[in-house]
Design a protein around this ligand. Structure first.
Ligand code: MG
Length: 252
């Protein structure tokens, strides 16, 4: 299923995307799915970020070629950091370029959406806590990532975590093409098979530290080819089998 979150006539709802329509759900999608019977044309709704995570857990340097372009190697254990829930924004919304930075980068990533409360998840049961997958852009103020020595500010500005356009629940993500395009020029062109610490290992590692809740998001790292954006640019992250996350950059 392809699960979207949207607003129609001032009402926020989840729905299942079927072709160019969306079938409205009676409640959130993390339990039994029931429909209200309302159907809307996709063109008539405004998509929102597909989930409202309590936290976004991101992985640094999880593709060898990207670790190398950053001047390092993939760490032996997954390197995790947090992006605040307030950084999340939807496809079609803007990325606000802060005046305090002179270098804001795109990082196209596969995002995992968690479906149930979980802690200390063993490797062989990691699949059970996955709800689905979406596209993400781990927007980063690269200058502040270096100067601050840790990444909370550089990765945490409002709008620095576009997610969407929806969550795909039935998908084998072991080898999908991921591209990031800036103003029609392909800048990143990787495959999820290049992910070093695989999704089950990430879930086991993260939940050995913190409880994950339904709707929480794991960003699995970015392929090589990261680079800067400018005010006025259009950036998109597209993953085979999921869709295309599109945002424009504006001055904050
Ligand atoms: Mg990243």
């Amino acid at each position: 299923m392809r699960i979207a979150r949207y607003v129609h006539d001032g009402e926020v709802a989840f729905g299942v995307v079927e072709g160019d329509e969306v079938a409205e759900l009676a409640s959130h999608p993390f339990g039994p799915i029931t429909f209200t019977g309302n159907r809307r044309a996709l063109a008539e709704v405004k998509l929102l970020a597909p989930v409202l995570p309590s936290k976004v857990v991101a992985i640094g340097k999880n593709y060898a070629a990207h670790a190398s372009e950053m001047g390092g190697e993939v760490p032996a254990q997954p390197l995790i950091f947090l992006k605040p829930s307030t950084a999340v924004t939807a496809s079609g919304e803007t990325i606000a370029y802060p005046p305090s930075s002179e270098r804001v980068d795109y990082e196209g990533e596969l995002a995992v959406v968690i479906g149930r409360l979980c802690r200390d998840v063993p490797l062989e049961r990691a699949d059970e806590v996955v709800f689905g997958y979406t596209c993400a852009n781990d927007v980063t103020a690269r200058d502040q990532q270096k100067s601050d020595g840790q990444w909370s500010r550089a990765k945490g500005y409002d709008s620095f975590c576009p997610l969407g356009p929806w969550v795909e629940t039935d998908l084998d993500v072991t080898d999908l093409r991921l591209t990031t395009t800036l103003n029609d020029e392909v800048k990143q062109d990787g495959r999820t098979s290049q992910i070093v610490h695989k999704i089950p290992a990430l879930i086991t590692h993260i939940t050995s530290c913190m409880t994950l809740l339904p709707g929480d998001v794991i960003l699995t790292g970015t392929p090589e080819g990261v680079g800067p954006m400018s005010i006025g640019d259009e950036v998109s992250v597209e993953i085979e089998g999921i869709g295309r996350l599109v945002n424009t950059v504006v001055a904050r």
